[in-house]
Design a protein around this ligand. Structure first.
Ligand code: MD3
Ligand code: FE
Length: 213
């Protein structure tokens, strides 16, 4: 389906049991992915949600797919409707489902069928504190993340928040699959450094594909 990635070699790394890092895997579909992000954020604009504690998140967020992740004073949850518009989230583009399915299969998860995709936008200084992703119904299902734009340092912690975190650099086109023993690890992203990406400018976009419902 996709043209071969010319500019970067695919490289498999296993940072920790249950995690698979496919360097440059998304570059094969770069143009389609960037167009998909444009279309999603035109229909459901990126916004800074509030944490249940009332803080504004530094990462701006949108969603596509049948379910979208939302946060407000009432808590975190998946919702079929965009709270800003009252409408369903934009549909999950086929290129995203396909790429995520291929990455999940490479990590040993057959038939990964995502119904939710979070779109996170980081500008310089934006960060994501250590957290677990546990709002999905079936935690045996993996999460696939696609990084685009400026590079970031990803923090990969343990099953307790206090455990020392591994730092993994993530760049444009890198795809990560998290499942099995890695699925409930604490993770986060250090504050994004200033920079200019040739395709995306001064930002990093991260897409996380999930089976939420
Ligand atoms: C490890 N996003 O949206 S993606 C998130 O770069 C989130 O925007 C980060 O954490 C970002 O929830 C990291 C990589 C990721 C996603 C989910 C995981 C790593 C994970 C779930 C379990 C363990
Ligand atoms: Fe997360």
């Amino acid at each position: 389906m996709f043209a071969a990635a010319e500019h970067r070699q695919n490289w498999r790394e296993t940072p920790l049991p249950g995690a698979l890092l496919l360097r440059g895997f998304a570059l094969q579909a770069e143009a389609e992915l960037l167009a998909a992000v444009e279309a999603i954020t035109a229909a459901a604009p990126l916004r800074h949600m509030q944490t249940p504690g009332g803080q504004r998140m530094s990462v701006a967020l949108s969603n596509c797919g049948a379910l979208g992740w939302v946060s407000d004073r009432a808590g975190y949850r998946y919702s079929a409707l965009d709270p800003d518009s009252g409408r369903p989230w934009p549909a999950l583009p086929a290129v995203l489902a396909e790429l995520a399915g291929q990455a999940a299969a490479a990590a040993g998860f057959a038939d990964f069928c995502p119904d939710a995709c979070l779109v996170n936008r980081y500008v310089p200084g934006a960060r994501m504190g250590l957290h677990q992703d546990r709002d999905e119904r079936d935690l045996r299902q993996p999460i696939v993340s696609i990084s685009l734009g400026l590079p970031a340092l990803f923090l990969f912690g343990g099953l307790q928040r206090s455990e020392r975190a591994l730092r993994v650099p993530l760049g444009h086109g890198d795809v990560l699959v998290w499942g099995g023993p890695a699925r409930l690890r604490y993770h986060g992203v250090l504050a994004l450094k200033e920079g200019e990406h040739p395709r995306l400018g001064a930002q990093r976009i991260n897409l996380t594909l999930r089976r939420a419902g």
